[in-house]
Design a protein around this ligand. Structure first.
Ligand SMILES: CC(C)(COP(=O)(O)OP(=O)(O)OC[C@H]1O[C@@H](n2cnc3c(N)ncnc32)[C@H](O)[C@@H]1OP(=O)(O)O)[C@@H](O)C(=O)NCCC(=O)NCCSC(=O)CC(=O)CCCCCCCCCCCCC(=O)O
Ligand SMILES: NC(=O)C1=CN([C@@H]2O[C@H](COP(=O)(O)OP(=O)(O)OC[C@H]3O[C@@H](n4cnc5c(N)ncnc54)[C@H](O)[C@@H]3O)[C@@H](O)[C@H]2O)C=CC1
Length: 725
């Protein structure tokens, strides 16, 4: 709702719809009523619009977009109504003014913001465009380049930047409402024409056409198949080419296209999924609603390799003092240099508003090889080599040295949390905190509870994720947890496709065209092929411990591809050795070029093993890679390793580069239709009976037999007797 109040000459309209004053139909109606009342009342000389509880508005109610109650576009005409008001209207922006919220403010004649407020048009991130005339007003106010940037990226900008851009007239550090009322009183009687954005021309650029052409290419490249950025661009382009009213008509047409698109549905699902995973629960009944986190005032990181250095950086950025520990002085110095470099780069990015990182202060960041310095930290994150014996040795040590309440976290990417915890005297305080590389950049934190992990430990890890500005997703303990476990069949299929006749660049192209940031082979080259090789050696799948006489392409009666092992035996570890599935300009180089050596190696390999090369089309590549991954997702849900499909989707979108505009693997499966996913898996499984991961999972079959229920109902079909904990 919106509350109308009149004090002296200024009428106040307060948007009210907790928690973020989203613009529901009721709010819009009350806003319209308030405006009409103020206009009609001769004693009212000016109007001030603000939001309840220190937040202007986060925009249209996103749940309303899929609601059957939606009655078309109501906001555009209301913004016009504000602008055409004969009395000055001032927006008092506190907290956030986003989407439709900012469009309301753009209709106002003046905008005043609190210094801590944030503004933006994030519609593009939920598959839409600012459909309440925002694509036409914003370029008129701040110019085309800045408007295009805000509208096509959806970024939120701080008030200080908004002031520089001319988006707001003034920023205040104290009471925004009082300042807005003062401003409203001051401008009574002043001409409103120059303040009406719809009447202003779009500021000209000397090279507008060239600028737009370049911008179009950039937007398309960044969109990676997502429709909304391109349509946002078209709407802004209309502002540069046509009068206001015509631009608004174009904006509405484009908005309608997006509103009815599957991508918008998927992105809105992803928005709520990311919030739903905050409300974690475990099959034993522990949950976010009853567990309280412990404070983390000081932390430690053990191991400053690829992951540890990023984790230290994340903690420093979150203002958590850190002790960073290495095994010896040589590694320590190497790690220190790497951490300092990362922090210096972060400090540069944070310049112009953000607090300084203060990382040269030993009270905030200390480097050591002495375990005794960890005696008083609240939390330790272990990031040493992926080796169970080493991890157990370290946890045993930590359990003796750390203070009783300290949380002991492991960054293992696949190992058993319970086994690691068994080396301590406090298994209830042992938990997996699985960061993704680069750890200071990637948003995902997979949080893995073991058999004995306490609810407090889970709540503390979730709180840590929030402090680090990451999305924490709580999952159960199994080999590879959720993310990597689903990744194994995907990568396995990609390699099998090479055996059968495809090439790395062909597989990567199909997966990248689908919208992945990076295909499976580029990804392996980036991560390092030696990582998986060592893990397979540890599992006895390759290397010296493999029993003599084992068939080259079989392990335990199942199909196995030795191709990645053979590449490693040739010293091809990926980017780090300038050779992997591709070749690179130098060791550590980033530009992947298809490698004729690899092509002839594959041809020889097929000859050696008598594999007949066949042409594999894009559909088969995509389906075998994605559906095998999704199939594993159903197994994970059935085992109770994750409490819902949203968890799997949030993990994939935030940790593995799955295209957000398809919602995530499980949402995508629901859109493709479970009967189709099942039929395709059945087909591929029949063609490859020695590949168990292509065999349709029983839970998937159950859902299909139950009539393909909507994703939100899937978990009600899980039999509760067998959660694997
Ligand atoms: C605002 C945030 C920055 C806050 O972040 P944070 O503090 O971290 O809290 P969160 O956990 O994110 O959010 C708290 C809580 O609020 C929910 N929520 C947030 N924003 C919205 C929203 N816009 N709509 C609905 N609900 C929202 C969130 O889900 C949380 O609740 P929970 O899920 O239960 O935990 C951050 O939240 C944020 O960035 N929000 C999104 C901002 C955004 O994207 N805004 C753009 C919205 S789209 C828009 O404005 C479109 C247009 O401009 C087009 C104009 C067309 C207008 C048509 C009129 C629409 C009529 C709707 C019909 C309604 C039907 C009816 O009334 O019945
Ligand atoms: N590399 C990646 O992309 C990811 C790795 N992980 C996991 O993170 C952990 C670390 O992996 P990386 O950083 O890649 O390894 P890395 O090999 O780059 O670094 C490991 C570091 O641990 C240090 N170390 C070894 N023994 C030690 C000891 N006793 N005391 C102190 N330090 C010691 C080493 O000196 C080395 O610097 C592993 O468990 C790995 O599985 C998790 C997610 C992604």
């Amino acid at each position: 709702m919106a509350q109308y109040a009149r004090g002296s000459a200024v009428a106040v309209i307060r948007l009210r719809n907790p928690p973020v004053n989203a613009l529901s139909l009721a709010v819009l109606q009350a806003l319209e009523d308030g405006l009409k009342k103020a206009d009609a009342d001769p004693s009212v000389k000016a109007v001030m619009i603000c939001g309840e509880n220190g937040k202007f508005s986060a925009g249209a109610d996103i749940r309303g977009f899929s609601s059957p109650k939606r009655h078309g576009l109501g906001l555009g005409p209301i913004v016009s109504l504000i602008e055409s008001c004969q009395k000055p209207v001032v927006a008092a922006i506190e907290g956030v003014a986003l989407g439709g919220g900012l469009e309301v403010a753009l209709g106002c004649h003046y905008r005043i913001a609190h210094v801590k407020a944030r503004m933006g048009l994030p519609e593009v991130t939920i598959g839409l465009l600012p459909g309440a005339e925002g694509t036409q007003r914003l370029p008129r106010l701040i110019g085309v380049p800045a408007a295009l940037d805000m509208i096509t990226t959806g970024k939120h900008i701080p008030a200080t930047e908004a002031l520089k851009l001319g988006l707001v007239d003034e920023i205040v550090e104290e009471n925004t409402i009082e300042a807005a009322i003062r401003l409203a009183n001051k401008v009574i009687g002043q001409p409103l024409g120059p303040r009406r954005l719809s009447l202003k021309p779009v500021p000209k650029l000397p090279n507008m056409e060239a600028f737009l052409q370049e911008a179009a290419v950039k937007v398309k490249k960044q969109a990676r198949g997502c429709l909304a950025p391109e349509l946002c661009f078209q709407a802004v382009r209309a502002a540069t080419e046509t009068p206001f009213a015509q631009g608004v008509r174009r904006e509405r047409e484009l908005f309608q296209v997006l509103l009815s698109s599957g991508q918008a549905r998927a992105l809105q699902y992803a928005f709520f999924a990311e919030r739903a995973v905050h409300r974690w629960a475990t099959p034993t009944g522990a949950s976010w609603s009853s567990a309280a986190p412990q404070p983390v005032r000081r932390a430690a990181v053990i191991g400053l390799g690829t992951m540890g250095r990023g984790i230290v950086t994340s903690l420093v950025k979150a203002n958590i003092p850190v002790v960073a520990l290495e095994q010896d002085l040589e590694y320590l110095n190497k790690g220190r240099k790497a951490v300092m470099l990362l922090l210096e780069r972060e400090a540069v990015k944070m310049e112009g508003g953000a607090q300084s990182l203060d990382f040269h202060n030993p009270a905030r960041l200390q480097f050591t090889v002495d375990f005794d310095l960890l005696h008083d930290v609240d939390l330790v994150i272990e990031a040493v080599f992926e080796n169970m014996a080493l991890k157990k040795e370290i946890f045993h040590k930590l359990s003796k040295i750390c203070k009783p309440g300290a949380l002991l976290c492991t960054n293992t990417s696949a190992l058993n949390i319970d086994e690691i915890a068994s080396a301590t005297s406090r298994p209830q305080q042992v938990i997996g905190t699985h960061f993704f590389s680069p750890a200071h950049v990637m948003r995902l934190l997979e949080i893995i509870y073991g058999r004995h992990t306490s609810p407090t430990a889970i709540a503390t890890a979730m709180q840590l994720a929030k402090a680090l500005k990451k999305v924490g997703v709580v999952v159960g303990n199994c080999f590879g947890f959720v993310g990597n476990r689903m990744m194994f069949p995907y990568v396995e299929q990609a390699v099998f496709l090479l055996e059968e006749g495809s090439r790395p660049e062909a597989v990567d192209r199909v997966v990248e065209d689908f919208g992945f940031k990076i295909g499976p082979f580029r990804m392996s080259d980036l991560a390092g092929l030696d990582v998986g090789w060592r893990s397979r050696q540890g599992q006895g799948l390759t290397g010296p411990s493999l029993p003599a006489g084992t068939a080259a392409r079989q392990r335990q009666g199942q199909r196995y591809s030795p191709l990645p092992d053979l590449l490693c035996e040739h010293g091809r570890f990926g980017q780090k050795t300038a050779r992997g599935w591709y070749r690179y300009e130098r060791a550590g180089g980033r530009t992947a070029t298809p490698d004729p050596w690899l092509h002839s190696f594959l041809a020889q390999y097929r000859d050696t093993h008598g594999i007949k090369t066949r042409f594999i089309d894009q559909e088969e590549i995509l389906e075998r890679c994605l559906f095998s991954l999704i199939n594993e997702g159903f197994a994970i849900l059935a085992e109770g390793i994750a409490s819902g499909p949203e968890h799997l989707d949030v993990i994939y979108v935030n940790g593995y580069g799955w295209p957000k505009h398809t919602g995530g693997p499980m949402f995508y499966a629901s859109i493709v239709g479970l009967p189709r996913v099942l039929a395709k898996l059945q087909k591929y499984s029949e063609a490859h009976p020695d590949v168990p991961r292509l065999r349709p999972n029983a839970f998937l079959k159950k859902l299909v037999a139950a009539g393909n229920p909507p994703l939100k109902d899937w978990m009600s079909y899980v039999s509760r007797q067998s959660p694997k904990l």
